[in-house]
Design a protein around this ligand. Structure first.
Ligand SMILES: NC(=O)c1ccc[n+]([C@@H]2O[C@H](COP(=O)([O-])OP(=O)(O)OC[C@H]3O[C@@H](n4cnc5c(N)ncnc54)[C@H](OP(=O)(O)O)[C@@H]3O)[C@@H](O)[C@H]2O)c1
Length: 270
């Protein structure tokens, strides 16, 4: 992010904190960042922890902003957009509100606001998130780049079309929970094999961390990495045979379809 940019976070919650922390760590000066929230103690926390501006007045904080990050829960988006209508017509709006289409944000802000919609995920809290971005009707390529540089403070970014956002929600938005579920299952299985729960947890956590690091850093496809550790007649092959017989791929396909369907329903207010 350029140093002169004024970035305002509407909603000083968990995701806003992850982003503010990431931006400060990346060297963005704290005086160019401001947050808003209805809760005084949250504002005080942001002020003392990160040295950023803090206000309970959305319109006042957003005046003169270059980038306005909409970081409230979807159920609060309409009141937030109403509070911002006409306030900063030239700002770029970056919305992380799950399931809220850019067209709705554009309509409720009125005019021709430049909107970029983002689906981040919770590993952003430790700087290891992945965010998918798409542009609204009036956002430019430069706007997408600006939003990307903001989100890169908390992890990787990819670009998608807005119609792909439900699939993104199913893969990476809800994805960390699937990983945690598999971790739980492996923990339970390890204990059943006679290991202590402490030892099993350490083995499981480091195995996930190490396997992810290996996949990312080697640039090799997971299939190739799996084949490399699966020797004929060996232990890994025995385990994978069970997973395949229980149709692991089919289970994930059904699970992700259910998540994408639910994301569509939620976007339609169900
Ligand atoms: N956490 C995730 O894993 C994740 C992943 C992807 C996307 N998202 C999306 O990111 C958004 C933020 O999530 P979060 O976990 O950071 O939520 P959060 O912790 O609840 O933060 C939202 C903050 O906005 C405040 N707020 C409510 N109404 C407001 C208003 N009118 N003006 C200004 N601030 C207002 C809330 O205050 P009160 O508590 O007083 O209401 C709260 O402090 C959500 O839309 C979520 O769907 C989250």
């Amino acid at each position: 992010m350029s140093e002169q940019q004024k970035i305002v976070f509407i909603g000083a919650g968990n995701m806003a904190e992850a982003l503010v922390k990431g931006l400060c760590n990346a060297g963005v000066p704290s005086h160019s960042i401001a947050t808003t929230d209805p809760r005084a103690e949250r504002l005080e926390y942001f002020k003392t922890t990160y040295g950023v501006g803090a206000s309970s007045d959305n319109a006042e904080a957003a005046t003169g902003a270059d980038t306005i990050v909409l970081a409230v829960k979807p159920q609060h988006i309409s009141e937030v957009l109403a509070s911002l209508r006409g306030v900063a017509p030239d700002a770029l709006y970056v919305s992380i509100a799950a399931g809220i289409p850019t067209a709705r944000i554009e309509k409720e802000l009125s005019g021709r606001p430049r909107v970029v919609r983002v689906m981040p995920n919770t590993p952003a809290l430790v700087g290891a998130g992945v965010s998918a971005l798409c542009a609204g009707a009036h956002a430019t390529t430069a706007d997408l780049e600006r939003a990307e540089s903001l989100l890169r403070a908390v992890g990787a970014t990819v670009r998608v079309t807005e119609s792909q956002m439900d699939a993104v929600t199913a893969v990476s938005g809800s994805g960390p929970a699937y990983v945690f579920r598999v971790m739980e299952a492996m923990e339970q299985a390890g204990v059943e094999l006679g290991l202590s729960s402490e030892v099993t947890r350490e083995l499981v956590l480091q195995t996930f961390l190490g396997a992810s690091k290996l996949a990312v850093e080697s640039g090799r496809a997971p299939q190739l990495l799996r084949e490399q550790v699966t020797s004929k007649g060996g232990t890994t092959e025995a385990a994978l045979k069970v997973l395949n017989e229980r149709d692991l791929v089919g289970v994930f396909s059904e699970a992700l379809s259910a998540a994408a369907r639910r994301a569509r329903e939620l976007a339609n207010g169900a």
